[in-house]
Design a protein. Structure first.
Length: 241
């Protein structure tokens, strides 16, 4: 019965990302980005912030959910350059981050890079995604690093890694991750490095009657993924010392 339920989800619960949902997500992002930009130029210190992962919001927009989380960590004795090397080298990410199966840097420009991840998320269902990113370094105060990573295209992959592998059209899939935007702030101090990441994602809603399958992916995975990212980044930075 459990298996048949999963097959039913895969076969029936394709949803479309609506333009009004995209507009609502973009409007939400503009408010967050303005707030972060002002704070980083004003050098509002991260020092003393409690470590961990914290929820800002989970706003329902039509048939979608905007999830907003922040993770904070301190790495004793670490330097800003060590963390930047981890965050911007997409080719190393498969060996650093648990959900990344494959990664690469496609192109670099001054203050900007273009990267790719093949991502596998697994919790009851397994979801495989191809994501393409644009990462920009943004203005920040001295001893700070501030960046914005935008997933410019997220494509769900069915039967990943098999001869039957095929791609859903972006925005016409199961809706487990439609949009993802992350902002990293690094602050170097004499005692070590403070790291903060703000992760904002857009997923489908939870359909009635199938919350047991869909809810863990769209409600729980953003927090769990961010916890794993923070721990893996801290470990990778420590390994470069």
């Amino acid at each position: 019965m459990h298996f048949l339920g999963l097959v039913f989800v895969a076969a029936q619960f394709i949803v479309s990302l609506e333009p009004k949902t995209i507009n609502a997500f973009d409007q939400y992002l503009r408010g967050v980005e303005t707030q972060l930009a002002v704070r980083n130029m004003a050098a509002d210190s991260l020092v003393g912030r409690p470590a961990g992962v914290f929820k800002h919001d989970a706003t329902e927009v039509g048939r979608a959910i905007v999830q907003d989380w922040t993770g904070v960590a301190f790495v004793p004795g670490a330097k800003k350059a060590q963390a930047v090397a981890v965050l911007e080298d997409f080719s190393r990410h498969a060996s650093i981050y648990p959900e990344v199966v494959e990664g690469r840097v496609d192109k670099k420009e001054a203050g900007r890079l273009f990267g790719y991840h093949r991502i596998r998320k697994k919790k009851i269902l397994e979801v495989n995604l191809d994501a393409r990113y644009t990462l920009d370094r943004l203005p920040a105060a001295k001893d700070r690093y501030f960046s914005r990573s935008v997933a410019t295209e997220i494509t769900e992959i069915e039967d990943a890694g098999t001869k039957k592998e095929h791609r859903f059209p972006p925005g016409q899939d199961h809706g487990f991750l439609w949009r993802l935007q992350t902002y990293w702030t690094l602050e170097e101090t004499p005692l070590g490095l403070w790291m903060e990441v703000r992760s904002i994602s857009l997923t489908r809603d939870v359909p009635a009657g199938l919350g047991w399958v869909v809810k863990p992916l769209v409600r729980d995975m953003p927090r769990e993924s961010l916890e794993a990212v923070m721990e893996a980044t801290k470990k990778a930075v420590l390994a470069t010392k």
